[in-house]
Ligand binder design. Structure first.
Ligand SMILES: Nc1ncnc2c1ncn2[C@@H]1O[C@H](COP(=O)(O)OP(=O)(O)OP(=O)(O)O)[C@@H](O)[C@H]1O
Length: 302
């Protein structure tokens, strides 16, 4: 089976500074894959190498089996990139922008697909407006349409929802998830971890140019995060429970306790009752990706 993306020992130097350190990653066809990491981890550098916009100092990158350097044209044809920054010609209309991009790939008579893209991204009524007259969120949607004019099997989105309102985020994700269902491979970078958790089947985390973890989303949650118990009581928790407390508001009597296993709930509640505390509220919280991310990023870097 052809891999949608294959990076082998990719390093990138900017002078003495090493932005990527021997990164190897494979993304299979049809995956919805997240690349996460704090600011400056190297995500955009990696995407630029995949897109053929920047050259790896060492190692190789392939898109649908095509090397991004020696087979640039084929690799480029197979990928659609939604860049982090909004880059456009302010004097073109939305439709002209999309027609121009189609021409770049040698596609004529692309109107039906352009109309479909405009409709799916709620841009039909802006088709003849100049790019400079659009709001930031609308421009972002045009960037998405622009990346898809040539129906690429692999779609890469670099923080597509940064600074975008909730409604547009939902529209965008519905559209991208639909493309993924149709078989397109998606690579996404985002700082909204709940988006990655909901959408992506697999996640890689980068830290200072190293891949520190790659796993399926359920495995990451299982291995690194624990369930928690939120309690509200009419007093201070017994001393013996403080080692489990991850968050507390002593004035309100609200506490969050880490659960190593679900059976801990029983003993926690018993200890509270033994201390004469009245339990006013109690709920179990599921682990989330934010907790996993914080734990992994706090670990040692190679
Ligand atoms: N052209 C460049 N010249 C010098 N250093 C660069 C260049 N491009 C990126 N870097 C450095 O490489 C590192 C990785 O940057 P990159 O933009 O890939 O991070 P990122 O993970 O995408 O961050 P963010 O989440 O902020 O977008 C940073 O320390 C950055 O300063």
């Amino acid at each position: 089976m052809t891999l949608a993306l294959e990076l082998t020992s990719v390093s990138k130097y900017f002078g003495q500074f090493r932005s990527l350190n021997s990164v190897s990653l494979s993304v299979e066809e049809g995956e919805f894959f997240a690349l996460l990491g704090p600011n400056g981890a190297g995500k955009t550098t990696l995407i630029n190498i995949i897109a053929g916009l920047s050259r790896a100092s060492e190692g190789t990158a392939r898109v649908m089996g095509y090397d991004v350097v020696s087979d640039f044209r084929q690799a480029r044809r197979n990928i659609g990139i939604v860049p982090q920054e909004l880059v456009f010609d302010p004097f073109f209309s939305v439709r002209e922008t999309l027609k121009f991009q189609s021409g770049y790939f040698g596609i004529k008579n692309n109107d039906d697909w352009i109309d479909e893209l405009l409709h799916s991204l709620s841009l039909s009524d802006k088709a003849d407006n100049n790019m400079r007259t659009l709001s930031g969120g609308m421009k972002r949607r045009v960037m998405v349409a622009q990346a898809l004019v040539h129906k690429p099997p692999v779609i890469v989105l670099d923080e597509p929802t940064a600074g975008v309102d909730v409604e547009l985020r939902q529209t965008l994700w519905k559209f991208i998830a639909g493309l993924n269902k149709k078989g397109h491979t998606i690579l996404l970078t985002t700082h909204y971890l709940e988006e990655a958790e909901t959408l992506c089947n697999r996640i890689a985390m980068l830290k200072r140019g190293h891949v520190v973890t790659v796993d399926t989303t359920p495995n990451l949650l299982k291995k690194h995060a624990s369930q928690t118990l939120s309690l509200q009581v009419n007093g201070v928790l017994p001393e013996s429970l403080t080692r489990l407390v991850t968050k507390s508001d002593v004035v309100q009597g609200r506490y969050t306790l880490k659960l190593v296993s679900p059976s801990d709930i029983e003993s926690i509640l018993r200890r509270c009752r033994e201390d004469g505390l009245d339990i006013q509220d109690c709920s179990i919280e599921k682990p989330d990706l934010e907790e996993v991310f914080v734990e992994i990023m706090a670990g040692d870097t190679q």
